[in-house]
Design a binder for this molecule. Structure first.
Ligand SMILES: C=C1C[C@]23C[C@H]1CC[C@H]2[C@@]12CCC[C@@](C)(C(=O)O1)[C@H]2[C@@H]3C(=O)O
Ligand SMILES: O=C(O)CCC(=O)C(=O)O
Ligand SMILES: [Fe+2]
Length: 349
């Protein structure tokens, strides 16, 4: 059995929150939350979907999407598979740990490096390399295990495929309102490179926590791609977004409760860049609960790895960010985290 020493804990069986998981008050749930704020809901079957998305991305950087076309049985089945994965014994999951330099695998996501305390969650990233490779580590044996493995792979593949179609549809709708007139497709060549768009699936598990107010499930961050589509398990609160404000109002966290039939869409940093700051990437976090085991599945969507994303502007307008590729931007984030967007601003003085 591999060593369990490196920060991993059987969270579920803990009767208290160990010191390494106790967050200082400034990071905790102490900020007021409000439930009165109206998070936009966009029905993408409506003719005015593009303008609804434009206003949602400008004001909040997050919205619920409905009429998304993803069958509820697929969402349900993917959720079930996610629960199955996380219910494997810890030593088995650790065999699938993320290797240095790789994106895929079990373990703490990159943002964890920027916080002094550990997050009350487990995560599993599926990106790039064939699913089967990772899955055969989790379910190594033939016979019974083999079925589990192929079941998991088939579902995750289906899930990614549906998310890919939806992400593409959403991205096209956002392009309608940035960088001026004409067909988005004609204006951004890379949208034609359909099969080279980068995607990653992040499965998150938040076990019940004996002292939820002392811990954090996922620390405050923005996502870095164009768009993230999030499915969260039904009826459980956890996701919160920071209400955008100009600094004069007090900080407000707004819960994004699961809404039947809807998925949650986040604007990421690269879409803020592409839109020249018209759209705002949303700061968000996940809090944990005393009694419920919540899971979420986040699908990240971004440009092909060698494409430099710069602001789409009309002639005569000033780009405020310099172009960058997603991999380059991830490196910047690995150094500067919250300061990343600011660091690629072009100074016009
Ligand atoms: C393709 C991606 C997107 C990543 C990095 C890489 C794989 C894992 C993703 C996350 C998942 C958890 C939050 C985040 C902030 C993190 O630390 O890892 C995400 C990050 C990003 O949005 O930048
Ligand atoms: O679990 C959640 O609701 C949030 C997850 C998240 O922000 C992420 O995976 O990037
Ligand atoms: Fe996120």
């Amino acid at each position: 059995m591999p060593s369990l020493s490196h920060d991993h804990l059987e969270l579920e069986s803990s009767s208290h929150v160990p010191e390494t998981y106790r967050w200082p008050p400034s990071h905790r749930h102490d900020y007021p939350t409000t439930s009165t704020a109206n998070i936009p809901v966009v029905d993408i079957s409506l003719p005015e979907a593009a303008s609804l998305i434009d206003s949602a991305c400008r004001s909040w950087g997050v919205f619920y999407v409905t009429s998304h076309g993803i069958p509820s049985h697929l969402l349900q089945a993917a959720e079930t598979q996610t629960h199955r994965l996380f219910s494997l014994p810890l030593h088995r999951k650790l065999l699938a740990s993320r290797r240095p330099g790789s994106i895929s695998g079990f373990g703490r996501p990159p943002l964890s490096a920027f916080f002094p305390k550990l997050m009350w969650s487990e995560g599993f990233t599926l990106a790039g390399n064939p699913l089967n490779e990772v899955a055969s580590t989790l379910w190594p044996e033939p016979d019974h295990d083999h079925d589990s493995r192929s079941h998991f792979c088939e579902l995750m593949d289906d899930y990614k495929k549906s998310m890919r179609d939806l992400a593409r549809k959403l991205l096209r709708l956002t392009l309608a309102s940035i960088g001026g007139h004409g067909d988005g497709e004609e204006r951004v060549g890379w949208l034609g490179l359909k099969d080279q768009m980068i995607e990653a699936l992040q499965l998150n598990s938040y076990p019940p926590c004996p002292e939820p107010e002392k811990a954090i499930g996922m620390a405050t961050h923005t996502d870095s791609g164009f768009l993230t589509i999030l499915h969260q398990s039904g009826n459980m609160e956890g996701l919160q977004v920071l209400q955008p404000n100009d600094g004069s109002d007090p900080i407000q966290w707004v819960p994004i409760r699961p809404m039947a039939g809807a998925l949650v869409v986040h604007v990421g940093d690269l879409l803020q860049i592409l839109s020249n700051g018209r759209f705002k990437s949303v700061r968000h976090r996940a809090v944990v609960s005393r009694s419920e085991h919540r899971v979420s599945m986040a699908y990240f969507y971004g440009p092909p790895s060698d494409v430099k994303v710069g602001p789409m502007v009309l002639p005569g307008q000033c780009p405020i960010y310099r172009p960058t590729t997603w991999p380059e931007y991830l490196e910047i984030r690995a150094r500067l985290f919250d300061g990343s967007l600011e660091s690629i601003k072009i100074s016009h003085t």
